[in-house]
Design a protein around this ligand. Structure first.
Ligand code: GLY
Length: 366
């Protein structure tokens, strides 16, 4: 892994577009980035939610006001239940009433819900308006703000309506991580540990060695960690932007994890469900692939050392398997499971049966 602390990474997307991920301690450097992208004298709409606005909206408005001729705000109530087409409709109305044009800009200030919803509105308003990701959760920084997956939930179905649409910039103010509560912060570690497990054993061991500094949210350690996770995500999404192959590896832990998330909603956070799903997928990796039992035990300990859950109560294995069967991660009705051959190496497996999945689900139920 690369331990240099450079604060910029460029993401290319099939030759169509490229954007930078920038890491800073505050919002101070965002105006220069926006000017470089040609946003001077355009309009901006900051999209945010009721949790994030009281904490970070004022400082972002102050930082971007000198660039734009007008800055408006569209705020919606926080929570996954608002990640839907009604909220998008409200945003479209706001943009129409404020006379937004295609060269103007949306700025997503928030976690995954805000980023995904804003990206989807950006992809569809006027057939595509530019947008900036300013993620405020650890999970959004290392996962959802990168790679152009945008969308909203539809009825009971998570991320069922969406588009691949790339931001013009991902600007990460790492100082905002200090305002997250422990549970939200640690939820992001679910995706970060996943990156090590699927791609980089050295990074996985680095995370274990730097556990205390990570728990203390030490700035330099966070910078190295977030950079490394973004680098892993970049390398995957550049090669397979539309999830036609390799990008599915990022779904390690998500097949059963999403089912748990849906069944327990709203009790568990996404990263917590990914941790539970990874515990199940790691167990299946011993059964159906070549992961050693010792590494499986180590993965469970690793997740627990970051205070992530590895089991769940009051749901049935049948319900988990049934719910997972309705997920987008099926392919022609077949399970598309991500398994580990070893730590740092994941593969797509199409041989996992409903019975295998049920046994794995039983392993995570208490
Ligand atoms: N969160 C998984 C992906 O971006 O493909």
């Amino acid at each position: 892994m690369n331990k240099a602390s450079a604060n910029r990474l460029s993401v290319a997307c099939g030759g169509l577009s490229a954007y930078d991920i920038v890491w800073q301690r505050g919002f101070g450097a965002i105006s220069d980035e926006l000017l470089k992208l040609g946003f001077g004298e355009r309009k901006a709409c900051i999209v945010t939610d009721s949790n994030v606005a009281p904490l970070h909206l004022d400082s972002l408005v102050q930082a971007i006001r000198p660039v734009f001729k007008e800055v408006t705000v569209y705020q919606f109530p926080a929570g996954e239940v608002h990640k839907n087409l009604d909220t998008v409709r409200g945003l479209y109305t706001h943009l129409i009433e404020s006379s937004f044009e295609r060269k103007d800009c949306l700025v997503a200030l928030g976690g995954g819900v805000v980023g995904d919803l804003t990206g989807y509105a950006a992809a569809t308003f006027l057939r595509g308006i530019r947008f900036i990701q300013a993620p405020t959760s650890l999970l959004a920084m290392v996962d959802s703000s990168i790679g152009g997956k945008t969308g909203v939930d539809f009825d009971r179905y998570k991320n069922m309506v969406g588009a691949f649409y790339q931001p013009s910039l991902v600007y990460m103010n790492l100082s905002v991580l200090l305002t997250l509560n422990d549970r939200e912060y640690l939820s992001g570690m679910g995706e970060i540990i996943k990156h090590g497990l699927i791609r980089d054993a050295e990074y996985y061991h680095w995370l274990s060695l730097h556990r205390q500094a990570i728990l203390n949210r030490d700035y330099e350690t966070l910078l190295i960690m977030i950079r490394e996770s973004c680098e892993i995500k970049r390398s995957v999404v550049e090669r397979d932007p539309k999830e036609e192959g390799e990008r599915a590896l990022l779904n390690f832990g998500h097949t059963l994890g999403h089912a748990v998330e849906k069944l327990k909603f709203p009790a568990l956070l996404h990263g917590e469900c990914v941790a539970i799903g990874m515990a199940a997928a790691a167990w299946l990796s011993v059964r159906k692939s070549s992961l050693s039992n010792e590494d499986y035990e180590g993965i469970i300990q690793m997740l627990q050392s970051f205070y992530l859950p590895v089991s769940v109560s009051q749901i049935s294995a049948e319900a988990v398997v049934e719910t997972a069967g309705h997920d987008k991660k099926m392919d022609a009705g077949q399970w598309k499971f991500i398994l580990l051959k070893q730590i740092g190496c994941a593969v797509i497996d199409r041989t996992v049966t409903k019975e295998d999945a049920k046994e794995a689900a039983l392993k995570i139920l208490v």
